[in-house]
Design a protein around this ligand. Structure first.
Ligand code: SAH
Ligand code: SF4
Ligand code: F3S
Length: 452
């Protein structure tokens, strides 16, 4: 029995796919080298924007037509972040549809579809270890779900409420990755800053020399994200820590200081602002102001200046932005442009607003024309190009640590600690998956070039 998984969406979905892969291999499936060979295709969908849903539908339809034409027995299962409204549509084109929250039912579903498997009960899918795919970068979910209900966003509906994983499970998973020579760990969550876990600690204490009186007290200790970050940082080994996403409303002073003090945490943060206008922020149900965001950026920059040396004194800041949210007029958008110029982001994930059924913004009129959304996206891209180039220029002539990720057409490509992409001539030696020193020779808008 052979399988293939097609993944859409964020790192969270990619990590789920690794777990599904591990689950399937436990059930005696093996990976197919190409889709035509597969008996089972799992499509892991993302609903954050309509375009991702449309692509998933197109692929599922193609598979259905192909299997009908060739009389093949390929079965398709659709899972991931699925909106209620899309469920029926997916059901019509796939053999089974399964919410990400119910992924533990996958063995039963496969049995119902006629696959010969011994049923295995899985209580919590996060207990299934993800499959190692020789990638030097590993993603470790520390929490799932979201309680924030930003007006435009599907995640609270598709992934349910926030749940934090026990720190022991997270540390154990990180240690396992490190044993497999993973060099960079990403701690994942829709809002990592609100990670919270009540850890029960047992304190046994004997009193007196003869220890007649032994009392056991149950205490609980609250582990928040700052504490967790420190725990991961304290694990032995030479590795980097990154995390995503951070919500500006929960980025505390303590967390900023912990980040700057923990040297394995690299000088990079993705801090989604979504818009640079207070009125739109309010309508998006993002409970902070632009002034608060700017203050956070200042604090982050100061903390890294204080606790780090050399190039690390400067932190790379990226953001997420939505252009064309309902009611976003030119004047609101100009405020976003102003913020972009002021902060000097080194990267920005710019999305055009896409109405999502079920979210609170869905009933608002999607009143920014598509061509205007395109225009705003381009205008912001132009600003980021400039600010990123300014940021990257500071690295020219310096030697940076690089995690080598791939080789293509005579060049190695890797990432710096600041999360810049760097390209340098490939040597004969295989350096993929290793840390190397590279001298930066050139800065580009979105990346660096160098030599070893
Ligand atoms: N939890 C993260 C974001 C997760 S979704 C956070 O709060 O920052 C990833 C990104 O997709 C968001 O940051 C947002 O910029 C974008 N996005 C979410 N819903 C969208 C929608 N309806 N239309 C366009 N972009 C959207
Ligand atoms: Fe979506 Fe907002 Fe939650 Fe991020 S914080 S996942 S944008 S609801
Ligand atoms: Fe998409 Fe789900 Fe991630 S909706 S962005 S795959 S959490």
């Amino acid at each position: 029995m052979k399988y293939q998984i097609i993944t859409f969406g964020c790192q969270m979905n990619k990590n789920d796919s690794q777990r599904i892969s591990a689950m399937l291999q436990k059930l005696k499936f093996s990976p197919a080298s190409e889709i035509n060979e597969a008996d089972l295709v799992v499509i892991n969908v993302c609903s954050v924007r309509q375009s991702a849903v449309d692509r998933a539908i197109a692929i599922s339809q193609k598979l259905k037509v192909k299997s009908q034409n060739h009389n093949s027995k390929v079965k398709t299962v659709i899972t991931g972040c699925i909106l209620k409204k899309d469920k029926e549509r997916f059901q019509r084109i796939a053999n089974a549809v399964l919410d990400v929250l119910n992924i533990k039912n996958l063995p039963q579903i496969l049995k119902d579809l006629g696959f010969q498997i011994k049923e295995t009960k899985i209580k919590n899918y996060l207990k299934v270890a993800p499959k190692y795919d020789k990638n030097p970068v590993a993603y470790v979910p520390i929490m799932t779900g979201c309680n924030n209900f930003c007006a435009y966003c599907v995640v609270p509906y598709t992934r349910g409420p926030e749940r934090s994983r026990p720190p022991q499970d997270i540390l154990c998973e990180v240690k396992n990755w490190l044993k497999q020579e993973v060099k960079e760990i990403w701690l994942l969550g829709q809002n990592v800053n609100s990670y919270k876990f009540k850890l029960k600690t047992q304190n046994s204490c004997s009193q007196g020399r003869r220890a007649k009186l032994k009392t056991t007290t149950q205490k609980s200790k609250l582990i928040d994200f700052a504490k967790l970050l420190k725990m991961v940082n304290d694990l032995p080994g030479d590795f980097w820590i990154k995390f995503t996403s951070s919500h500006p409303k929960n980025l505390t002073d303590e967390l900023i200081e912990t980040m700057a003090k923990c040297k394995k945490v690299t000088p990079y943060i993705n801090l989604p602002v979504q818009t640079g206008d207070d009125e739109i922020l309010k309508r998006m149900n993002r409970p902070y102001t632009v002034a608060h965001y700017k203050k956070l950026v200042k604090k982050l920059r100061n903390a890294f200046k204080k606790y780090r040396k050399g190039l690390e004194k400067e932190i790379a800041i990226s953001t997420d932005i939505i252009v064309g949210f309902p009611g976003e007029k030119r004047k609101h958008f100009e405020n976003t442009k102003k913020l972009f110029k002021e902060i000097g982001f080194f990267m920005a994930y710019i999305a055009k607003y896409s109405p999502r059924p079920g979210t609170s913004a869905y009933h608002l009129k999607d009143d920014v024309l598509p061509q205007e959304k395109d225009k705003r996206e381009k205008e912001l891209t132009e600003i980021v190009k400039k600010t990123a180039f300014e940021f990257n220029k500071k690295f020219v002539g310096k030697v940076v640590d690089v995690l080598v990720l791939k080789k293509k057409k005579g060049f190695y490509f890797g990432k710096t600690r600041h999360y810049q992409t760097i390209k340098f001539p490939a040597s004969k030696k295989n350096l993929i998956g290793q840390f190397v020193k590279v001298k930066v020779t050139k800065a580009r808008d979105f990346g660096l070039e160098g030599t070893q």
